[in-house]
Ligand binder design. Sequence first.
Ligand code: WQD
Length: 326
Amino acid sequence: MSIMVTGGAGYIGAHVVRLLQERGEDVVVVDDLSTGREDRVGDATLVELDVAGGDAQQLLEQVMREREVTGVVHFAARKQVGESVARPAWYFQQNVTGLANVVAAMEAVGADRLIFSSSAAVYGMPDVEIVTEDTDPRPINPYGETKLVGEWLIADAGRAWGLRAASLRYFNVAGAGWPDLGDPAVLNLVPMVLDRLAKGERPKVFGEDYPTTDGTCIRDYIHVLDLAHAHLAALDHLAGGDGGNLVLNVGTGQGASVKEVITEIGRVSGLDVTPDVEERRAGDPPRLVASADRIAEVLGWQTRNGLPEIIESAWEAWQAGPRRIG
Ligand code: WQD
């Protein structure tokens, strides 16, 4: 019996693959290697395949049967907000059709445990201090919409044929569980700051006139290894026969501002991180912090790492990579 991890060669997926392997599970990774890398999956079998491709459902069924897959952790998706605004149809095709193929294959082979990568992007611009799972989801871009539609599809499959699932709404993921598994993309605050520093440039702050303590946006930063552990806890919970359809925030309940994150990068790296302040970026909510109560209650999961560990591990991974600073 084995666990299938789609997108297992990506940033978060590779952490889950490594944790599953460490506890002796048989893992099969499905990844089209469009952003993932083969050297991140260790000894796991890698099947190169686009889950949104025309023949994906059949191919997935075949792999699931051959490897006796009982559970799926589904990461494979596109995740760039700006790109989703420019190419909405492609985002729905990739993210929604991709998930539909995975769920259809699971139904066909009788695999009934699914962990789905959802996102805090489903909430859009919430007008509450702390976001609970009952906060109205009102996504403001196609990326967030595809994640919400994914949650609906999963709930429908639960009602139709008994799929047991957990949709995990990730907040701002950063850091590295191992130095070789750092975030390879330069799309989010921490890697964007490190990228600027590596070029000998100043970090950028997108707006310092928000209604927050220091005027910069507040986010809930979660260590990627803590997030990976949440996936294992969810898989185990579903294996226990409980189940149904869980929707859980994965965050820490603590917010940090852009300036606090940059200051922490300065502390850890010893570099001058004096930023350039730019205009606000369109679509940024001033504050997005999770309530992490439900996941603690249901899965008994809590974060172990705070901002210092996130930044220290991100720095260590950056320095182990090709663009070492200093
Ligand atoms: C964080 C804060 C920026 C870079 C996005 C997606 C979300 C999820 C995670 C995927 C913001 C500010 C950033 C910089 C800055 N995606 N910033 N200078 O926007 O909270 O969330 O990534 O699954 O769906 O929307 O994350 O890291 O881009 O930005 O000041 O150089 O840092 O304006 O306030 P965001 P982020």
